[in-house]
Design a protein around this ligand. Structure first.
Ligand code: FES
Ligand SMILES: [Fe+2]
Length: 345
């Protein structure tokens, strides 16, 4: 922890550069796992399309096995389903362009007028391209690169602190999204920032998390935790993890996932998912409103910080309550190959 506190914050040049954003894609986001939805959202015999960082994906469940593919027909690249279709019961995936037909294991079962291809045609040569996919802590995870960190390493602190409670199946009760005019790292840093809560969220998040003197922190190689005592007993656990993800776990089993995937160098998306037992359905709208309330308080702060960073800012000193930011930045430096002086290796 002491070593972390001796690091400076990341240089502002890393928050405005298209070259850095491109390197992040290769060295950072492609090395990590991304949550796509809850496990319960894709029942047996269903298919759902997603878009993750501009990559079209398709997830299927067949014979109890969850699989992910590129949602891109090997013939002429058209998508087999649309994300707006949601989870759909499906026996065969039929491409809407020329009718190539796949099973839910990604095998090509039929192509129209098969005898008339210009080269000899073998169906086995044209499966849907597979994508790495796992289920853990009740969520569906995918990795886009060839060499991701082990998912269990990425989730190390979560499994250690709350493994049993997190593994419970949960319904995805609500989803909402908003775009922010800032680099994803500003938004992620801000949500890891335990120094600003009492000042910037006095009547919202601060009330939920309680006095700073009761904060408990934990840090691992890949994640951080702020645990705060909850009025009705137990603790509210606020995990921060790579790539740009936060999990809030309440003592009653409710789970909120907040993430900030990049859209452009200076713009990201704030996504909020609410997960829990179906019994929480009736209160899900009020719960979402409560979270949006403090996250919208952050919008003007993070967008102002982006303008400041763009003007050629040199970051000030880190506070003890900004330790979670320093941990995330240390992992970022490590994956990006950034050495002293903030130069890309
Ligand atoms: S693009 Fe799918 S069958 Fe041609
Ligand atoms: Fe905040």
């Amino acid at each position: 922890m002491v070593a972390l506190l001796n690091q400076p914050f990341l240089a502002s040049s890393l928050y405005v550069s298209p070259t850095v954003a491109e390197r992040e894609r290769q060295l950072y986001s492609n090395r990590l796992w991304h949550p796509l939805t809850s496990s319960t959202a894709i029942p047996e015999g269903h298919v759902q399309a997603f878009e993750l960082l501009d990559v079209p994906l398709l997830v299927t469940r067949q014979g109890g096995v969850l699989r992910a593919f590129l949602n891109r027909c090997p013939h002429r690249a058209v998508a087999l389903q649309q994300p707006s279709d949601g989870a759909t019961p499906c026996r065969r995936l039929v491409c809407p362009y020329h009718g190539w037909t796949y099973d839910l294991e990604g095998r090509l079962m039929a192509a129209a007028r098969e005898a008339e291809f210009l080269e000899p045609f073998n169906r086995d040569d044209w499966p849907l391209p597979p994508v790495r996919c796992r289920e853990r802590i009740g969520l569906v995870w995918v990795a886009l690169g060839d060499d991701p960190l082990p998912l269990e390493a990425q989730l190390d602190l979560l499994l250690e602190e709350a493994g049993e409670s997190l593994e419970q199946p949960r319904q995805l009760l609500r989803r909402s999204a908003l775009s922010l005019d800032c680099n994803w790292k500003i938004a992620h840093d801000n949500t890891l920032d335990d120094y600003h809560v009492a000042i910037a969220h006095p009547t919202t998040l601060h009330r939920e998390q309680g006095p700073v003197r009761h904060y408990r922190h934990a840090v691992s190689d890949h994640a951080t935790l702020l645990a705060t005592p909850y009025p009705d007993g137990g603790e509210l656990l606020t995990f921060g993890m790579a790539p740009w993800t936060h999990l809030l776990l309440w003592p009653d089993g409710r789970l909120a996932l907040i993430q900030f995937p990049p859209l452009e160098v200076e713009r990201c998306r704030m996504e909020i998912w609410l997960l829990g037992d179906a019994a929480f359905e009736a209160q899900a709208d009020a719960w979402m409103e409560q979270l949006q309330h403090f996250l919208v308080e952050d919008k003007r702060l993070v967008e102002a910080a982006q303008l400041g960073y763009r003007s050629g800012f040199t970051p000030g000193p880190a506070h003890r309550l900004e330790l979670r930011i320093l941990q995330q930045q240390s992992l970022y430096r490590q994956l990006m190959g950034i050495s002293d002086g903030e130069r890309l290796a």
